[in-house]
Ligand binder design. Structure first.
Ligand code: MRU
Length: 384
């Protein structure tokens, strides 16, 4: 096995008395270093269905751009970078399936595809970044002399595939930059899932943890369960256990107590959008964790690719926060938890003010406050 390679076993459901006897997997297969969150195939875009994890490892095949939009809205795929690349693949798929005979006719259809995909989830800026990049590539391809719908299609498929590869590369670079910020030995708290499942592979926050573990650091991960969608309990725990990284799940209301007991040496989370001043939108509950970390003198790191940085949005105040269905709070696995008619709040994200963020880890390097300056400096340096 290669150093970064791990196996996913399709395990049968085990009854209580057989738990612990995991020696005979139903159908083991080897992955080249990562979980196949999403994948371009000749038949459509294949997604690991994250709504069914951790008990079922099943895949869905989207064969139209509308299905890709659905897969994003229903959180079969989720996590800012994965949403962005999924949208790009959705557009490539839409153009591949189009019957348009001319490039102008294809352009009109493409506009509708972009609008449909942009309407799926409002907070992760990676979605809009990806759509803009595909639009710009469409423009370049369409402007070529003798351009045909087939040329545009091939170019857009290649662009979406390049974005997939770049995302994995960015995660690995983030991991390399961020690993040394983590303790040589100790507990690291994370919130939600910013792992391989939230990206095209390896992960942002979990990429930093993976990289630290690969360097030989002895990290014990504490994963907040992340109510109401349980990304921590279901997804972070699942993917870290497949990697053999020691992991403990805790209810969201337990972090303060663990910090006070000295069990947490660092916090690392992902982001859905980082404003120009360094304010960070991430999964609801992140803000609370950041405040607790500051109170306990624990560093709070944010790992995100540059596609999550939104220099056009001045502060966190201007970041749109997705409100999701009350049913995610009132019900669990089809069972009602709350009395009929009670008021429900379900914002999917919150904003952590920049003053709580010890460092932002990106593929371009580690940024420190004042973020309005460090973000702008790295942006300018990259565009030279
Ligand atoms: O609602 P989700 O599951 O899409 O929210 C995901 C998060 O909040 C992640 O922390 C964020 O997207 C970063 S993923 C690398």
């Amino acid at each position: 096995m290669q150093p970064n390679e791990f196996h996913i076993m399709l395990l049968p459901n085990l009854s209580a008395d057989t738990q612990g006897i995991l020696a005979v997997p139903a159908a083991p297969f080897t992955l080249k270093s990562m979980i196949p969150t999403l994948e371009w195939t000749a038949d459509g875009v294949r997604f690991l269905d994250q709504t069914r994890l951790p008990l079922e490892e099943t895949y869905v095949l989207a064969t139209s751009y509308q299905q890709v939009a659905d897969v994003i809205s229903t959180m079969v795929v989720r996590g800012a970078p994965a949403i962005g690349v999924s949208a790009a693949m959705g557009l490539a798929l839409g153009v591949s399936r189009s019957q348009a005979a001319t490039v102008p006719a294809l352009a009109a259809e493409f506009e509708t595809m972009c609008t449909t995909l942009a309407a799926t989830r409002p907070t992760a800026v990676n979605l809009f970044w990806a759509i803009e990049r595909m639009k710009s590539r469409f423009g370049e391809l369409a402007a070529k002399t003798g351009a045909t719908p087939a040329h545009v299609r091939d170019g857009l498929i290649a662009e979406a595939q390049a974005m997939y590869e770049e995302d994995i590369q960015a995660c690995r670079q983030m991991g390399a930059h961020g690993a040394e910020l983590l303790p040589q030995r100790g507990g690291v708290l994370t919130h939600c899932n910013a792992g391989a499942l939230a990206t095209c592979g390896y992960g942002t926050a979990l990429g930093v943890i993976r990289s630290a573990v690969e360097q030989g650091r002895e990290i014990h991960v504490y994963a907040d369960e992340t109510r109401p969608f349980l990304q921590g309990a279901r997804l972070t725990a699942w993917e870290l256990m497949h990697d053999g990284i020691p992991t403990t799940v805790l209810c969201d209301n337990m972090a303060a107590s663990l910090m006070r007991q000295g069990k947490i040496q660092a916090v690392v989370v992902g982001a859905d959008r980082i404003a120009a001043n360094g304010d960070v939108a991430n999964k609801i509950g992140t803000y609370g964790v950041a405040v607790l970390a500051k109170e306990h003198g624990i560093p709070f790191f944010v790992a995100a690719p540059w596609s999550t940085i939104d220099l056009k949005t001045p502060t966190g105040e201007a970041i749109p926060i997705e409100q999701r269905s009350p049913r995610e709070v009132t019900h669990h696995a089809g069972k009602q938890l709350t009395p009929n008619g009670v008021g429900i709040e379900n914002p999917a994200f919150d904003v952590t003010p920049a003053r709580y963020v010890t460092a932002i880890i990106t593929e371009r390097g580690v940024l420190r406050a004042p973020y309005s300056e460090s973000l702008q400096e790295l942006e300018t340096a990259a565009s030279r």
